[in-house]
Design a protein around this ligand. Structure first.
Ligand SMILES: [Fe+2]
Length: 196
């Protein structure tokens, strides 16, 4: 842990405890200053958090809430890699630490429908210091991240629930079908989303 990461975890715990915050957006906004401070820090995350897994994208676990309410991942996209189009079923706060990940958001039904049509809704190239949210309660959830380069992209994700329980689905753009896309621990603390 770094001091910035400790402070981020404390801010998340405080936001989740604060009964005056009634929506995921309000809680995400409450977490934002600590994420901004971490992204601006000289020592944001442990160095190994920025390492790919055998050249592939990976989520390196930085913190897991003992109560299973949230976890923090350093998500690494080596140059030229992409997440595929996928859905997060509960809230997230994402801060961009390094590189220029391009995120595309899609609008459409949630994955429970089985077969869905998605339309591109927005596209952003994020840079160091940028912060964005995933708010399924506002109809968000489908997105794709790719790293066109140069260099490795690293972003810090605060995501609801535990890595193993985080509701995560893949969209097959050829068939329109959705499929479970759970996070699987490939080696200790190193998680990749996998189709069953
Ligand atoms: Fe994602």
């Amino acid at each position: 842990m770094t001091a910035a990461l400790d402070a981020l975890v404390a801010a998340v715990e405080s936001a989740l405890r604060d009964a005056s915050l009634s929506t995921d957006r309000q809680r995400a906004e409450a977490m934002r200053p600590a994420m901004a401070a971490l992204l601006a820090s000289d020592d944001p995350i442990p160095a190994e958090g920025s390492e790919a897994l055998d050249g592939a994208a990976v989520g390196n676990l930085l913190y897991a809430d003992p109560g299973g309410r949230f976890h923090v991942l350093a998500v690494v996209f080596p140059e030229g890699t992409s997440s595929g189009i996928h859905h997060h079923g509960c809230w997230g706060v994402i801060g961009y630490l390094q590189g220029g990940d391009e995120e595309t958001r899609y609008a459409g039904e949630g994955p429970a429908a089985g077969t869905v049509e998605l339309a591109e809704a927005a596209r952003h190239v994020w840079h160091q210091g940028d912060i964005t949210y995933l708010l399924p309660e506002e109809g968000e959830g489908w997105h794709r991240v790719r790293n066109p380069g140069p260099g490795t992209g690293v972003s810090v994700h605060i995501l609801c629930m535990t890595p193993a329980a985080h509701p995560h689905f893949f969209w097959n753009r050829d068939t329109g079908q959705t499929a479970p896309f759970p996070f699987v621990e490939m080696s200790p603390g190193r998680w990749q989303a996998r189709l069953d």
